[in-house]
Design a binder for this molecule. Structure first.
Ligand code: D41
Length: 671
């Protein structure tokens, strides 16, 4: 049935109006209608689309209500890596930054674009032919999570660009955050519903973005501010400030708090001015960002490691508050490390209520002389764990005692050891200690170790508490009946867990060694050990000397491995695991040909390779006895460079290191 032209026209008009109101509200910060009026227009459009579903388009404002939940987020590789920003706190660090910039550009005075540093989540938006195609989180800068379905629900983010001449591709970068007022409203509602409140706007924004159900994200009012692009938008643009103007014209919110300043004085003036208004801003910021305004100068300056030389974050100092130490608890970690933690009278600092602060280790407590009953200054910066900065000695009550680390493990009462040259004291009971037991089991079952699906925190807790499981070997003795007897464990899930445990028996030697949780033995060392020795018996029998023959294993690591296997209980667990049927794929035990051209060579991977992920390429190199390192030095044998390789490639050229592309690497691996 044909649609009456007046309906078509009304639908188009409503969409244009709603888009304009979103733009007024989020980008211009100048709403011209009330929320209720907006809702009225929205409902009219929704009802027309319901009557005429053939009119629905992907970029209709009604599509912001959220689609069906996802099973998980897909991974997205960024076309150009999302770099990190260098940090500075002190004025002289900013002067040093300006000096480096001036020297790099051979200029007397440099113009900077200054902007607030939003305390939100960095994301990348890809527009293809003017329409939002993909939205991804920053992740590690190279790969992030595909959050397109969630980001489409944000009215601050245009679903299509406000232009008739959209580029084929545009990548916009910015921060998603929650305004303080919206955060307060949301927590008010959570309280009314008796639901958990969010700690701060950043966590609320993060929690809203990481929802697998976009319909939940749609109920949260999230803001977005653009701060840059992935690649140049328009070669005509000369300045970062013009780029931001253009992004604003295209429909993106760009903060009005930005400024163009000159030299150190200009930067510090901006910092001081915005710092003074920080508490009054509608959003949380944790500092400011300065960027060399001239885009070609940015290019000239380039990058160091993963951060641009042309920009720097000038952070606000960590926030401090005073409170009282009510106790000093000892936490015992997976490797038995004892960490003293100050239990504090709750205090609000840096946007959260802090009840604990790490005291790091025995020496730190002594150095700061923190005692129970002391009034202390706690400090919290950004996402960093709160710490006790200092004790206010004039407020110390009479009769306090100096802190002493217990001689016995507070969890299992076994002896505590501290090596002469180490700051960390440890419980010696390895797999016996319940504290270590839980963490050891979690590590054993973790994805990169034995990969037992469904064996998470809660279940491990239950298994250990109910005394069904003491060591990893006990896992393989569990049956459905025993498991189903646990609280909140249905027979079906019990069967799934048992099946997952069974499946984990078929693994690789490297995963198995890693799963044992030997101190100082990470995945890469586990792989080296597996390759070198070929079976677990030889690893267990090797002395410190023999262990040091393994690539990258030095005296400290060798000692940890030898210690692990000299503990009879650990050997027993390993034997039980093998008796239970844990077996290894042949590949893991394969002896590698030490004559191959990759053996013993050091590689650095940089940029995006056309077919292999970084992990896959690294694995292939390690499989043949090569090493993969993060930075280029004289010791590097090969740099494997993909698209948009940055400073590492430059450095490789500087040091005359051999450079390969993916095809070259594959060829080398085959020869
Ligand atoms: O507001 C921010 N958090 C912000 C982050 C900003 N205003 N500008 C930024 N600029 C960059 C460069 C210079 C690398 C394009 C950034 C970030 N990066 C950034 N955000 C997260 C990591 C890096």
């Amino acid at each position: 049935m044909a649609i009456a032209p007046e309906i078509d026209a009304r639908v188009a008009q409503l969409r244009a109006e709603l888009d304009q109101h979103n733009y007024n509200y989020y980008a211009l910060d100048r709403p011209v209608i009330s929320d209720a009026e907006y809702d009225g227009l929205f409902r009219e459009l929704q009802s027309l689309e319901q009557q005429h579903p053939e009119l629905v388009t992907a970029d209709s404002p009604t599509q912001r209500v959220g689609t069906e939940p996802l099973a998980q987020f897909a991974q997205v590789t960024h076309r150009t890596p999302m770099l990190s920003l260098g940090n500075a706190f002190a004025d002289d660090e900013i002067a040093a930054f300006d000096k480096r910039v001036r020297e790099g550009l051979d200029a007397d005075a440099v113009e900077y674009a200054a902007e607030p540093k939003f305390d939100g989540l960095a994301i990348s938006l890809i527009y293809v032919d003017g329409r939002l195609a993909t939205a991804a989180t920053r992740g590690d800068g190279y790969t992030g999570e595909d959050v397109t379905a969630n980001l489409r629900t944000l009215r601050a983010i245009p679903l299509k660009l406000r232009t008739t001449k959209a580029p084929e591709m545009l990548e916009v970068r910015g921060e998603v955050l929650m305004l303080r007022a919206d955060f307060e409203r949301m927590n008010q509602r959570q309280r009314e519903l008796g639901e958990r409140e969010f700690v701060n706007p950043r966590n609320a924004a993060a929690g809203s973005l990481r929802q697998l159900d976009p319909r939940i994200t749609a109920t949260r009012r999230l803001a977005f501010y653009a701060y840059g692009t992935g690649a140049a938008v328009d070669p005509e643009l000369r300045k970062h400030s013009q780029l931001l103007d253009r992004l604003s014209e295209l429909g993106f919110p760009v903060t009005a708090e930005r400024a163009v300043v000159k030299g150190v004085e200009g930067m510090l003036g901006y910092y001081g001015a915005i710092g003074a208004r920080r508490a009054k801003l509608p959003f949380d910021i944790d500092g400011v960002v300065y960027k060399v305004n001239d885009l070609s100068a940015q290019n000239t300056l380039g990058f160091v490691s993963r951060a641009p030389r042309y920009a720097i974050a000038h952070k606000f100092p960590a926030e401090e508050a005073t409170t009282v130490v009510e106790g000093i608890d000892i936490q015992v970690g997976r490797t038995g490390a004892l960490t003293p933690v100050a239990r504090l009278k709750p205090v609000f600092v840096g946007g959260v209520t802090v009840t604990n602060a790490t005291l790091h280790n025995e020496d730190e407590v002594r150095r700061k002389d923190v005692r129970i009953g002391d009034t202390v200054v706690v400090r919290r910066a950004g996402d960093v764990i709160p710490e006790v900065a200092r004790v206010m000695l004039d407020k110390r009550p009479a009769q306090t005692v100096q802190f002493e680390l217990p001689k016995c493990c507070p969890i299992c009462n076994s002896e505590v050891h501290r090596a002469a040259d180490e700051a960390i004291a440890r419980c010696s009971a390895g797999l016996f200690c319940p504290a270590q037991r839980k963490q050891a089991l979690l590590h054993f079952a973790s994805r990169r170790a034995m990969d037992v699906e469904g064996l998470g925190d809660k279940l491990v807790e239950q298994l250990v508490e109910s005394k069904l499981v003491h060591t990893p070997a006990d896992l393989y003795k569990l049956g459905v009946v025993k498991l189903a007897a646990l609280e909140r464990m249905a027979e079906k899930s019990a069967a799934n867990v048992v099946a997952a445990i069974e499946k984990s028996k078929h693994t690789t030697l490297a995963r198995f060694i890693y799963a044992l949780g030997i101190r100082n033995v990470g995945e890469s060392t586990a792989q080296d050990l597996a390759r070198h020795f070929g079976n677990i018996e030889r690893v267990a029998a090797a002395g410190v000397e023999a262990l040091q023959q393994v690539q990258d294993v030095g005296p400290v690591v060798a000692q940890s491995i030898a210690d692990f296997f000299s503990e009879p209980h650990n050997r027993e667990v390993v034997e039980q695991l093998l008796a239970a049927g844990v077996s290894f794929e042949e590949t893991a035990a394969r002896q590698i040909d030490t004559e191959n051209p990759v053996y013993g060579k050091t590689f650095v991977l940089t940029g995006a390779l056309p077919t292999l992920t970084r992990d896959e390429a690294a694995q292939k190199i390690r499989d043949q006895g090569g090493k993969v390192s993060g930075s280029v030095s004289k010791k590097t044998d090969f740099v494997v460079a993909g698209a948009d390789a940055g400073s590492k490639l430059e450095k490789a050229r500087e040091l005359h290191v051999a450079i390969l592309d993916e095809a070259g690497l594959l060829k080398l691996l085959e020869s």
